[in-house]
Each structure stands twice: as C-alpha cells, then as structure tokens.
Design a protein around this ligand. Structure first.
Ligand SMILES: Nc1ncnc2c1ncn2[C@@H]1O[C@H](COP(=O)(O)OP(=O)(O)OP(=O)(O)O)[C@@H](O)[C@H]1O
Length: 121
C-alpha cells in the first residue's frame, strides 16, 4: 500500500482533532459550562469594546482553560480505562489533573477581573 503524503496525513489529523473537540463539547458537562462562559465573555468583550491587548489576553486565558480542561478529561478517561476500581494512585492522578484546571481557571478569572472591574466601576 502506498504511503499517504504528508499533507493528507496532516489534513486527517486536523479532522481527528476537530472530531475530538466536538465530542468534548457534546459529552462533557464541565466543558459545556466553560463554553457558555466563553460565549458570555466574548459578548462582554464586544459590549465593553475591550482593546486589542485585552482581547489577546482574554482569548489566551479562555483557550488555556478549555485546552487544560480537555487534557484533564483525557486523563480521567485513561484513568477510568486502566483502573475502573477505587485506587488511591488513580485518585491522586485525577486530583492533580483537576488541580491543573483550577490553577488556570484562577489565573483566567484574575485576568477577567483586571479587564472588567475598571469598566464596571
Ligand atoms: N478510581 C478512583 N479511585 C480513587 N479515587 C477516585 C477514582 N475515581 C475518582 N476518584 C476521586 O474522585 C474525584 C472525581 O473524579 P471523577 O472522575 O468523577 O472526576 P470529575 O471531576 O467528577 O469529572 P467529570 O465530572 O468531568 O466526570 C477524583 O479527583 C478523585 O479524587
């Protein structure tokens, strides 16, 4: 069988990644909430006419939270696959992964406060 070209492989990878992102949004409730917050913050960005720099920081913060949440979901799925029973080590791995989401969420919330508090008060 002839090897597929680099370009065909790249296009296929983008397809798999898009499928994964859609699957994530359709099946995971935490990502659904974060997508909702993304829509609210995007609307707020337009309403308050935030600057280019503020848009860049907001997009970066939102992208980080969604990306790390996606990785956390992947860690949870792998953990459940390799060890469906209660296991202290699995609990530790899942807690660390959830902690990573919390850290970026705190940073994103602080960025949001720095951008919007001066516009509200
Ligand atoms: N197999 C397990 N062994 C030990 N502790 C576990 C196990 N599964 C889950 N836990 C504990 O329960 C917590 C929540 O795990 P869970 O997989 O339900 O994640 P979640 O954050 O509720 O994810 P989601 O709501 O997105 O499914 C973990 O952080 C861990 O402390």
């Amino acid at each position: 069988m002839p090897k597929e070209s680099f370009l065909v492989n790249r296009i296929k990878s983008v397809g798999f990644a898009l499928k994964g992102a859609l699957l994530l949004i359709r099946t995971e409730s935490s990502i659904k909430i974060q997508v909702f917050i993304t829509l609210v913050m995007t609307a707020a960005g337009f309403y308050f006419e935030i600057s280019n720099t503020e848009w860049i920081l907001q997009i970066l913060a939102i992208g980080l939270v969604l990306g790390i949440e996606g990785l956390n979901t992947a860690v949870e799925k792998i953990a459940d696959f390799v060890q469906p029973e209660f296991d202290e080590k699995i609990g530790f791995i899942k807690d660390i992964s959830a902690g990573a989401v919390m850290l970026v969420s705190i940073a994103a919330s602080i960025i949001g406060l720095i951008i919007y508090i001066p516009k509200l008060f």
